[in-house]
Design a protein around this ligand. Structure first.
Ligand code: HEC
Length: 169
């Protein structure tokens, strides 16, 4: 049964996390969690690429559904640089039916930012509704992430040939 688990995890969410999800809109997941825990490797647009932790896969091109994304976030991906984000994973909570001792050298790294179950649910929703299946990143997505005035989005402005004045210095 999915529903009781969902209700339980929502009940566990702190007031702050709840307010945060509410701000991005029902069913869209949580950009704030993605920002703090994922964008360092998968980039702001989720397209991934090289960097710390190796080659992070594109979440825009992922084939995984929400529950599969949540599992990868909870448990990491064995044998790769994708870290586990659930406190107690492979220890008090089995992952892929295994504990640390079973994993040997394929034990995935521990996250720098542990997430609560409600945050994992919210970020899996964010990945599957806001990133998965989207094509190239757009200026709208960029300003939603960085804010309307950020120069980080200038390259998308030019590419889309918008009327916004080009920033030349
Ligand atoms: C330390 C870098 C790092 C961080 C932080 C990180 N990832 Fe990853 N992630 C990776 C790497 C590397 C892979 C590629 C694993 C592989 O080769 O299968 C990956 C793979 C994935 C996949 C599998 C995609 C697929 O189609 O198979 C998902 C889903 C994913 N990450 C989601 C997330 C989410 C959501 C977060 C934030 C909660 C996150 N990752 C944080 C490095 C990272």
């Amino acid at each position: 049964m999915v529903l009781p688990a969902l209700v339980a995890s929502l009940a566990l969410a702190s007031g702050a996390a709840w307010a945060q999800s509410a701000r991005t809109g029902a069913g869209e997941g949580d950009l704030a969690v993605f920002k703090k825990a994922c964008s360092g490797c998968h980039k702001w647009h989720g397209g991934g690429g090289g960097g710390y932790g190796g080659e992070a896969l594109s979440l825009r091109k992922t084939q995984l559904d929400k529950e599969q994304v949540a599992e990868v976030v909870r448990c990491g991906r064995p044998g790769t640089g994708m870290p586990y984000h659930l406190r107690g994973a492979y220890d008090s909570v089995k992952c892929y039916d295994s504990l640390k001792a079973d994993m040997g050298s394929s034990m995935p790294p521990e996250t720098a930012v542990f997430l609560r179950p409600a945050e994992i649910d919210a970020v899996a929703t964010y990945v599957t509704t806001q990133l998965k299946g989207k094509g190239d990143p757009t200026i709208e997505e960029c300003t939603a992430f960085f804010g309307a005035t950020s120069r980080a989005c200038d390259i998308y402005r030019k590419k889309e040939g918008s009327d916004a004045p080009a920033v030349s210095h």
